[in-house]
Structure formats: C-alpha cells, structure tokens
Design a protein around this ligand. Structure first.
Ligand code: CA
Length: 672
C-alpha cells in the first residue's frame, strides 16, 4: 500500500507565515480525503513518514481494528490489535474504519535542556482514524508517524449523557514477526521485595531472549526492545502518562504478541483501582514504537518528549540548577547519616565544584530538622545546595525509613515543602512508590506540582518509568526505575554485572527518560574506608568516567567519596570535576545491547565520545571521529589489558579515524 500522495507534499515550517501554513494544510486535507476514499474500499488506510520509509497500515479486517508497520517495505510489526473494553461496551469487535480526518504535517522545534539533546526538530505526519460500531462512532485512533517513530493513542468518545468511563482492558498489542528476539525486564509481582515495595522497575534484563514468555508471570516493564531477525530493531514504550490514566506494562503471549497490561490489583496494598477512569471525551497515553534498521534511532529517539506538552509553568528556571552532586549513602550507608559526615560531604562537594549534596534516608531522626537548617546554612557558605530524601508513604507499603508521612498528604506535604523552600533546599528525592495505578500517578503528579509551587526539583526512586515527564513537569529531574548503583553496594554479583548493565541502559531504560543511577564509583570497595570487605568494583576508572557521560540525567549525584581526592587517580578526579550533565546532542556510534556501546554526546562545542565493554573479548575497532575537526587535538582516556587507565592527547588525522581498544570491564573517553 502506498502512502497517501498528500503526505508526500513538501513540508511547511512551524514558523512560516500563517497564510502559507493554512493553505498548505487545507490542500493536504483535501488530497488526503481523496486518497482515503479509495483506500477505505479495501478496509485499510496507510500513513507514511515524511521520508516515506516508515509506513503504518490500519485495517478493520474481520471487524477487528489492527495496525501493522513496514520500514523500507519490510514488515517490522505484524498485524497487531487495537481497541479496548470499557464499562460502556466492548470496542474490540464489529468495528469498521470511518473517514480519516485531522491530517497534519508536524514540523516544529522545541528546546529541552534535560534530555539527550537540547534542540529537537519534531517531524511527523499525523491522522485521526475513527472506528465505528453498529453505525456509531466507537473511538478514534490518532497515529503520528515520524521518520523512525510511530505513536498512537485513543480518543474515547462521549456517548449520550455519559461523561465518564472506566477502561477495563485494552486489546492494544504489538505482534513481533517470527524470528524476533527480546530484550526485556520482568515486571515484579505486586507487594514483594524490600518492605513490600514492588513493582519498582528494579529487575534484570535478559538479552536476546525468545518471545512467548511472560516474565515472572506479570509481564514486562517499558521500554521493551526487540530485534526483528536480520531486519532491524523496534523499541516499544509509552509516553504522556499522567494522573488521567494508569501506566501500562507488556503482557507476553504466544506467537510474538505483547499486549498492554494494566497495573496488578494488589499493587499499592490493594488501594486504588487497576482500571483507569477517564473523562469523555478523553485520551489515553501515547504508545510508541521506534523503528530502525540500526540501533541509532533507538538510542537517539526523542519520541517520549515530542508528543507531550508542559502541564504547568515553571515557577523558576530549573535548568540553572542542573548539575553534579555527591551523596554519602551509596558508599557509607545509613552510618553516614549524621551531621559531621554530611558536613564532610558538603566540603567534598565544594572541592569538586559540584552543586548539591543529596542527604539520604533517616535524616529526620539522625540529623533532625534544626540540624538540616544548620547544614543548609553551612552548605550555602560553600556554594552548595542540598537535596533531601523522603519516603512516599503513606499507607501502601512497609518501608520504614524516615521521613515518612510527609509526601502522601496534600496538607502535610505543602507544609513540609514550605519549610524546604525557607531552608533553601534545592530538591527532593522521594522513594518507595511501588505502583503504576492511576492513584499512584496522581501522587507523582501532585508531588511534582506542589514542589513546583515551592521551587523544588524532584527525583523519584523505587518508582515507575518516567513517561515524557521531562517535558510535562518542568521541575522533574530524574527517576531511578533501574537496578541502580545501590545494588553494587548490596551484592558482589551486581558489581560483576556492572558492565553488562551499563551496556543495556543506553538501548533501553535511558532511551526514554532521565536515569538517576548514582554511579561512577571510584572507590575500589563499597565501604567508607575503601578497604577490602563488602562488594568490590571490578570495572576500571575509565569505565567510571565513561558512564558519567553514557548515563543521561540532568542532575547526577555521583558515587564519589571524599577519600577519592587522594586515593583515585588525579586525572579521574579532574575529569569528574568538569563533567557536564546536560547535552546538546547525542549520537550512537556502535554497540550491541549487553555487549558493548560507543556513544557521543555534545555539550556546547565539546564532544565526548565514550565507550564501555562487557564482553569477554576486547573490543577493537576503528572509530569514525568526524565529529572532531581534522588536525584537532583531543584528550583520550583508555585502559590497558590490566584495566590500568591512562590519559594522553592525540591529534585527529585527515581521515578522522581512531583505533580504539576497550578491554572487558574497561572504558574509553575521547573529548576535544
Ligand atoms: Ca532503589
């Protein structure tokens, strides 16, 4: 099926004079209407990307709504179900395609300083496709097709006097072609794990697995990555999820089918419904598929941010406060939660030239509110700000860490936030949510909106995946939603798997949202004395430097300790002092999920090319470094076979290439 001719028209720019914009749009609509008429006879409708390589074909075959995806004419998604069941009816059968409307050519640019690139050009074709049931409009699917991204969402229609509905189940699915393999992490069963705080998106990935499974029985978390035989890759996720719906997961079935699952009933200790309530007319979140012949579109996608809008005005310029920080808990644990040790970390933070110290759990009883006020005043004299940890509870799990009972209730939360603002606290880290229910999404949103009223940045831990939140909530900083650095403190096996996980996140978790990993450890041992005992870091110092660039979050509290000023290589500390946390551009260079990755990020005029390797074999390759000028001098950090790092300068030659060697658990960093 060819793309409607209308969508092959030259694109207009968002900032073109309105008259041209309008006339182009009318022409587009008229031509599409003609095309749709003929297409509808066949019960199919197609929409192609601006570059015509990516095509979605929507069908009502057999009375079922479905869609499939082609790239360069090759199938990347087999016919996959659309539709849902609500309290008003079953909208999965007896469906007929209606007349498509609302065709738009989107060509807009937006700025966002907290994602993988600061200026994004969002280019896509969109169309509204209605489905009818028994002669009445059942629902509308809006498709957006960019050059490598397909996104769609439903609009639920008003029926008579009914202005609200409950969505019981979605048929929405993704059917992978035969021969595909999966890169997924299971959704945890509800009310398990530490103090009954799951699901918290802290489960391990299995790379190159076979489809047809369902994780631990509860499906998989977003995003999911699929290798489509020898054809390419598909990343599936969702965005625009807020208090108006629940967050979804992927339920695995036979024959490569994955469907949208709602939260487990037992989540949140059974409080709140698993079935989202929706106002009529109302829209579901976007489900997104990033499609590419290579992994570059997956690593570089901005689809999570393209399709959402800010939900409120920022109360201040939060981007001015992005940057690096430190936290004592990751190395020194609960024992470091006292005034003297936090003061020592403030001095360390100042010495590093960092912005903030994150004071983790138990500060309320071990330092106290007055102690925090003194600490914040002291920090201010050093040019350092504080983040404070909070328990989200509440009445939904057993996490005992304090402060508790401050973030779960609007009245107490706003009183607390007023104190935070008066004390000059920069942000909060709120932990232990453990639910994707609409009630939990409401809590996330209320914390963010209230925090904005008091000028606070917000980090979430023990939490769900952020779904477009960097753009939707201006004071949102980052989320954990990953097996983060704390696990390396807990177990040696997590240390042993550090490189493996680092080679997954840029293809999965970090593709769709800021990741608060809290890593780049330079201690050899995860204890305050940096002496043998407990878990031991097996990766190199250059690896630690590389992951500071590789993992993206606008606020980074690194797992550095004051002793690293004297026991880590001076070149490593010097690098970490100057590492940026915001990026103007990001490019995938090479790699394979779970094996190795090379990636480039630009901050201002400085390009950082970084790589890490989890394979037993040393990575040896010739890198195209045309990001740099021929003749330019660059600084290179790399490892020998014993993971001993070194720093040197090199000149970029005429061919703009460089041989790179990365041993197991090692890294490389090249910057101009
Ligand atoms: Ca955690």
């Amino acid at each position: 099926m060819n793309a409607p001719a209308a969508l092959l028209l030259p694109l207009h720019r968002k900032f073109n004079p309105p008259l041209i914009h309008t006339s182009m749009k009318k022409l587009t609509l008229m031509l599409l209407a003609i095309c749709c008429a003929s297409l509808l006879c066949a019960g199919e409708l197609s929409l192609s990307s601006p570059d015509r390589r990516l095509t979605v074909i929507v069908s009502d075959s057999g009375g079922h709504a479905s869609y499939r995806i082609l790239y360069d004419g090759i199938t990347f998604l087999d016919p996959s179900p659309l539709g849902f069941i609500t309290d008003a009816g079953d909208f999965t059968r007896d469906l007929r395609l209606g007349k498509a409307t609302g065709v738009q050519v989107i060509d807009e640019t937006y700025s966002l300083k907290n994602i993988k690139k600061s200026q994004v050009r969002h280019l896509a074709h969109t169309v509204d496709i209605p489905f009818e049931q028994n002669g009445k409009r059942a629902f509308v699917v809006t498709f957006s097709v960019g050059n490598n991204d397909v996104a769609f969402r439903y609009t639920l229609c008003r029926t008579g006097e009914t202005l609200c509905s409950v969505v019981r189940q979605e048929a929405t699915g993704f059917r992978l072609p035969a021969g595909s393999t999966t890169f997924l992490c299971p959704q945890s069963p509800a009310m398990g794990g530490f103090a009954r705080t799951t699901p918290s998106y802290e489960t391990p990935y299995t790379p190159d697995d076979t489809p047809g499974k369902n994780g631990l029985g509860e499906g998989y978390t977003f995003p999911g990555l699929f290798r489509i035989a020898d054809r390419g890759w598909v990343l599936i996720s969702e965005t625009g999820v807020d208090s108006r719906y629940c967050a979804g997961r992927l339920l695995g079935h036979a024959d490569g089918l994955y469907t949208i699952g709602f939260p487990q009933e037992k989540e949140f200790n059974g409080n709140g419904s698993s079935s989202p309530g929706i106002t009529l007319p109302g829209q579901t979140p976007w489900r997104t598929l990033t499609v590419g012949r290579t992994l570059a579109p997956v690593v570089e996608t901005t689809v999570a941010f393209d399709l959402v809008e800010p939900l409120y005005e920022p109360s201040k310029e939060y981007a001015d406060e992005y940057g690096c920080g430190t936290w004592s808990w990751i190395i020194a644990g609960d024992g470091s939660m006292n005034y003297a040790e936090q003061k020592r970390y403030i001095d360390f933070c100042a010495e590093m030239g960092y912005r903030t110290v994150l004071v983790d759990a138990w500060w309320d009883t071990r330092i106290g509110y007055e102690g925090i006020e003194e600490l914040a005043a002291y920090a201010r004299t050093k040019g350092v700000g504080l983040y404070l940890w909070y328990n989200s509870n509440g009445y939904w799990n057993d996490a005992p860490q304090g402060p508790r009972g401050k973030m779960d209730n609007l009245i107490r939360r706003r009183r607390e936030m007023k104190w935070l603002q008066q004390t000059g606290i920069k942000g909060i880290k709120v932990d232990f949510f453990g639910s994707d229910k609409q009630a939990a999404l409401q809590l996330y949103e209320e914390i963010l909106a209230d925090a904005n009223d008091y000028g606070l940045l917000v980090i979430f831990h023990g939490c769900t995946l952020p779904r477009g939140w960097e753009r939707m909530y201006p004071n949102y900083a980052a989320s954990e939603a990953v097996l983060a650095s704390e696990n390396m403190n807990f177990t040696q096996s997590s240390c042993d798997a550090e490189a493996f996980n680092a080679c997954l996140h840029p293809f999965l978790r970090n593709t769709v949202g800021s990741m608060d990993f809290g890593g780049s450890t330079l201690n050899r041992y995860y204890n305050a004395g940096n002496r043998p005992g407990g878990s031991r870091r097996v990766t190199s110092e250059v690896f630690a430097l590389a992951t500071a660039i590789l993992f993206q979050s606008p606020v980074q509290h690194f797992a550095l300790a004051p002793n690293n000023l004297t026991d880590a290589p001076a070149w490593a500390i010097d690098f970490m002092k100057g590492v940026p946390t915001t990026w103007d551009d990001t490019r995938f260079l090479d790699g394979y999920p779970g094996k190795y990755i090379l990636l480039a990020r630009r901050h201002g005029d400085t390009w950082y090319v970084v790589g890490v390797n989890a394979q037993k074999e040393t990575v040896r390759l010739t890198l195209d470094l045309s990001l740099f000028e021929a003749g330019e001098t660059v600084t290179v950090y790399d490892d020998n076979s014993r993971l001993e790092g070194r720093v040197r300068t090199a000149r970029i030659g005429k061919r703009q290439q460089m041989s790179v060697t990365i041993p197991t658990n090692g890294g490389v960093v090249i910057h101009n």
